[in-house]
Design a protein around this ligand. Structure first.
Ligand code: UDP
Length: 239
């Protein structure tokens, strides 16, 4: 297996099947564009397991994803895609950069979900872009962007409802999409869905159980992620 990509939280390796890759979830965490770094034993396994459950749930609800099969404690087999260099952020409640940008109070529910796009560029610090910037930069075609928006809102509806059953509020989250190899006509959900990429608050206490624990030094990260996994598994089991 050859390492073909190493990001901040994941590594991608080739497999014997040219249209599939092995995705390994690392224990590393970074924030603020890589300025803050740490390692948390078990984070890779927790994020892998959460992504696995959420991808299986979304596939059942008709969302096409890159997920193929489970592979090991911190690894999944995924379809090979060409990543569209756009971070798709969906928000239900004010937090993080939306609070900074608008002055709206953290915790305020939005009248309807908001979709934002960021251009994936470490050099530029992932700036927010709109549809017209995306067209000018040739990041995605107009029809692809429409598909992405529809898919992101559907995912938001599915995940918000599911997390509510698990006693969790889905505040906001980030998605990435990719064009399936080799013909690149179809786009599917790629990357991960985990507390690294979602803000999840306890529905009753408002306790933050996601990566903000690391960003804002709010408490033990693994304790938060383990709590999310346990509640997700209970909800899946109908408990
Ligand atoms: N997010 C992410 N990766 C990024 C930036 C944001 O997964 O590079 C997620 C983040 O965890 C949150 C949502 O996208 O769930 C919105 O993040 P925001 O724009 O508020 O930025 P942040 O406060 O994370 O800098």
């Amino acid at each position: 297996m050859d390492l073909i990509y190493e990001g901040k939280a994941k590594k991608l390796f080739t497999t014997e099947n040219p249209s599939e890759l092995l995705m390994k979830f690392k224990d590393d965490a970074t924030a603020f564009n890589g300025e803050k770094k740490s390692t948390f034993a078990e984070k890779g396994r927790l994020n892998k397991t959460l992504s696995l459950h959420l991808y299986q749930l979304l596939e059942k609800e008709g969302v096409s994803t890159h997920f193929v099969r489970d592979d090991g404690p911190d690894t999944l087999i995924v379809k090979r895609v060409e990543i569209i260099p756009i971070e798709v952020v969906v928000r239900n409640i004010v937090a993080g950069s939306l609070k900074k940008r608008t002055g709206l109070p953290e915790g305020q529910r939005l009248r309807q979900p908001i979709i934002e796009f960021c251009y994936k560029s470490d050099e530029l610090g992932d700036p927010m872009v709109n549809d017209e910037h995306i067209r000018e930069l040739n990041l995605a075609r107009g029809d692809e962007l429409e598909k992405i928006k529809r898919s992101a809102l559907k995912i938001n509806r599915s995940l918000s409802a599911f997390f509510a059953k698990a006693g969790l509020t889905l505040v906001d989250f980030k998605l990435e999409y990719g064009r399936l190899f080799p013909d690149k006509h179809n786009i599917v959900l790629a990357d991960e869905i985990s507390p690294d990429t979602c803000r999840l608050w306890d529905s009753v206490t408002g306790n933050k159980l996601d990566k903000d624990r690391f960003r804002q030094d709010l408490g033990d990260l693994i304790e938060g992620y383990s709590e999310v996994l346990q509640r997700v598994e209970n909800a899946l089991a109908g408990r």
